[in-house]
Design a protein around this ligand. Structure first.
Ligand SMILES: Cc1cc2nc3c(=O)[nH]c(=O)nc-3n(C[C@H](O)[C@H](O)[C@H](O)COP(=O)(O)OP(=O)(O)OC[C@H]3O[C@@H](n4cnc5c(N)ncnc54)[C@H](O)[C@@H]3O)c2cc1C
Length: 403
């Protein structure tokens, strides 16, 4: 059986490893536009912070692929897929046939159509090359303007502070991390980040990035003009669906897959940041590895393996600040019960969301204790109705509810 994988991110390498383990006789070829052996993208934050050098980025020893019989073609961009002929076409025109094809093409940073985004020293962060260029420029000092106060924007900016550059983060929404936090929790987080040296403007967006060939300033819609030697755009990601789209596969925001991770084309699977299941593209590692597991099982003959969606869970890596956000943290239905405990002086905030007595969402900011317990209470759907009054009591032993 010949398996071709396009993509060398966590989805592609996880699937390659699982297939190699379960069916060592499989002929596995993996193609990747990026020239590097697999590195975890979260580690790019450590590279920005200067705590991990570029040569320590790869996750595996150089012989990792060969040891598993995986033939990797790093730096080889796939130009086209031809599902009706069961083959792919490389940039140089070479054709490669397959029995099963897995699209693990990931995502790219989305750049809003703001005037000036093509000036020199406007960056996004997705790849090792992006991170190296960004850290180099930030190390020259001056002022940076970061557009986007989401998870990636905050993590990147907190890391870049180590270069000494002054950073202002501009967030369009009225508060930071609108998907993971509510207004009260976001205020606690913003104050913690301000103490570290970041500056914020919320509820505003860039109208234009200006300069003579290179960035000099950012003009905001609300009026302020900010000096800038570099601009970092963290405005979200978009799935890489071009290959699939050109081949006529069903795509929406991602490449549409069923519970077997099969696309609309025979023997073609999609997993990770490029895949859309039940109307959702997650863009996070737990979804990519869970999908890789099911696709690998399908490819190696376990056709009963079925993908069910995950509960999203997020942690922030801003050094010294623990933030965990899981499930539905901003419910809109009045039936949802919301419990909150805030201590701005201590920099802590906790919020639990219950529906029918069961935990469906949790924010824990400023501490790590109870995070795993809360995730398990949520995953196991344990009825907490009898304990609602005590769930936020620091003296209460939440873990006892798992027994
Ligand atoms: C800085 C940063 C920090 C992050 N932190 C977290 C975190 O803490 N937790 C979390 O869950 N997620 C995090 N993420 C998101 C996470 O990295 C992604 O969910 C994950 O990388 C998705 O893996 P993937 O394999 O689907 O795609 P990708 O990692 O994007 O890999 C896609 C691969 O496909 C290749 N490719 C694409 N098109 C082609 C083509 N035509 N031909 C050949 N090769 C092609 C690319 O070169 C690449 O190798 C972070 C992302 C970034 C950028």
């Amino acid at each position: 059986m010949k398996l071709v994988i396009i993509g060398n991110g966590i989805a592609g390498v996880s699937l390659a490893r699982m297939v190699a383990d379960a069916a060592p006789e499989t002929d596995i070829a993996l193609y990747s536009s990026e020239p590097y052996a697999y590195y975890p993208r979260p580690k790019l934050i450590s590279l920005l912070a200067g705590t991990v050098p570029a040569d320590k980025m790869p996750a595996f020893a150089p012989d990792w692929y060969a040891k598993r019989g995986i033939v990797n073609h790093l730096g080889q961009h796939v130009a086209e897929i031809r599902p009706s002929d069961h083959e792919i076409v490389l940039d140089d025109g070479g054709k490669v046939s397959y029995d099963s094809l897995v699209l693990a093409t990931g995502a790219h940073a989305w750049v809003p159509p703001t005037p000036g985004v093509d000036l020199a020293h406007v960056y996004t962060l997705r790849t090792l090359a992006d991170a190296l260029a960004l850290r180099d420029k930030a190390s020259e000092g001056g002022d940076a303007v970061a557009l986007g106060g989401g998870l990636l924007g905050l993590d990147s900016c907190a890391a870049l502070l180590t270069t000494g550059i002054a950073i202002t983060i501009v967030e369009m929404m009225p508060h930071l991390l609108p998907r993971q936090l509510d207004a009260e929790g976001a205020a606690v987080l913003q104050s913690l980040l301000e103490q570290r040296g970041l500056a914020f403007i919320t509820g505003d967006v860039a109208a234009a990035i200006e300069g003579d060939g290179q960035v000099e300033r950012v003009r905001l819609k609300g009026g302020p003009v900010l000096d800038a030697d570099l601009v970092l755009i963290s405005a979200g990601v978009r799935a890489n669906i071009a290959l699939a789209q050109q081949a006529g596969l069903t795509c929406d925001r991602g490449i549409v897959v069923n519970e077997r991770l099969l696309t609309s084309a025979e023997d073609v699977y999609a997993i990770g940041d490029c895949a859309e299941f039940a109307g959702r593209v997650w863009g996070i590692i737990p979804a990519a590895t869970a999908q890789a597991r099911i696709a690998a099982a399908q490819i190696t003959g376990d056709t009963d393996a079925i993908y069910t969606d995950i509960v999203p869970s997020t942690t922030l890596k801003v050094s010294g600040i623990d933030l965990s956000s899981s499930g539905d943290v901003n419910p809109e239905d009045p039936e949802a019960q919301q419990l909150r405990l805030a201590d701005a002086d201590a920099g802590t905030y906790k919020k639990l969301v219950l529906r029918d007595g069961k935990l469906v969402g949790a924010i824990v900011l400023g501490e790590r204790q109870d995070v795993r317990t809360l995730d398990q209470l949520m995953a196991r759907g344990i009825d907490l109705s009898a304990h609602v009054d005590r769930l936020l009591d620091p003296e209460f032993d939440l873990a006892s509810l798992l027994a």
